[in-house]
Ligand binder design. Structure first.
Ligand code: OGA
Ligand code: NI
Length: 263
């Protein structure tokens, strides 16, 4: 059941309320709380209607809670997105992340998460984002949002809100402790899509692991098992926001990712 004390409020107001909740709420979320959040079950009756994702990926999502898709948009696109993202970082457009919501300047705690972020929710708004700043990131956001459209059309997903963030872990061991992307008690995120923007991180390079910055995904059916996913350039990762706790391990390089949450 998807009830909450303030689910009648607009999403933006809900997010503002949540941003006032102490960051401990996330850190101390217990398994029993997590189980209150209904997981997503994608029902794909006609696999031939899928053009971006495969039937196998949908199945993995339903069973393990996540899947990885490499070489998602091609190396040339990756390089262009990366240089755009790096420019935003170098120009000071990205700020140290807060916890618990979008307007949460109050709850910065660098021992919990030490990345820099910029929200891209309004990147289509040409008054807020100049052509130069937005650059090709607009295209990247559109491409990730097409996954939501596909899930709506082919898998009965029925999701119409998104939230988009660009993150940079500057590389001095910056990290993000174990957490869940959804909160109990509000209209919550259902799916997390991450696209890694790191041309210098190649899956073929055995030295790359030294750069750190893996995403550790804790399995939902075991207390001690996890899968580490490296932030390989052009890699897409999709997972259940309400089910899988995860942690960004210390990063020793300038690690960029774009996150798109489907509500
Ligand atoms: C997040 C997060 C993971 C990553 O922003 O909530 O968990 O790999 N990011 O960047
Ligand atoms: Ni997360």
């Amino acid at each position: 059941m998807e009830s909450s004390a303030f689910s009648f409020l607009p999403l933006s107001v809900q997010m503002n309320i949540l941003s006032m909740v102490d960051s401990k709420t996330q850190k101390e979320m217990t398994t029993s709380q997590r189980e209150l959040l209904p997981r997503v079950s994608l029902q794909c009756e006609d696999a031939s209607s899928l053009t971006i994702l495969s039937k196998e990926e949908i199945e993995l999502f339903n069973t393990t809670g996540f899947f990885v898709k490499d070489d998602f948009l091609g190396i040339e696109n990756l390089r262009a997105y990366y240089s755009n993202a790096e420019q935003l970082f170098e120009n000071g457009k990205m700020r140290p992340a807060g916890m618990g919501g979008q307007s949460s300047e109050l709850w910065k705690d660098s021992s919990v998460r030490s990345d820099h972020i910029v929200w891209l929710n309004d990147i289509e708004d040409r008054e807020k984002w100049s052509e130069e700043e937005a650059g090709c990131l607009r295209k990247l956001v559109q491409k990730v949002k097409l996954i939501q459209t596909e899930l709506n059309q082919s898998c009965n997903f029925d999701s119409h809100e998104t939230q988009i963030q660009l993150t940079c872990y500057p590389g001095d061991g910056s990290r993000y402790v174990r957490h869940l992307d959804s909160y109990v008690g509000a209209t919550t995120r259902r799916i997390t899509c991450l696209y890694y923007l790191n041309p210098e991180y190649s899956a073929k390079d055995p030295e790359a692991k030294k750069l750190g910055g893996d995403l550790r995904i804790f399995h939902h059916d075991s207390d001690s098992e996890f899968t580490d996913i490296s932030p390989v350039g052009d890699r897409l990762l999709v997972f259940q926001s309400r089910l899988l706790e995860h942690e960004v391990l210390p990063s020793y390089f300038k690690r960029f990712a774009i996150t798109v949450w489907f509500y």
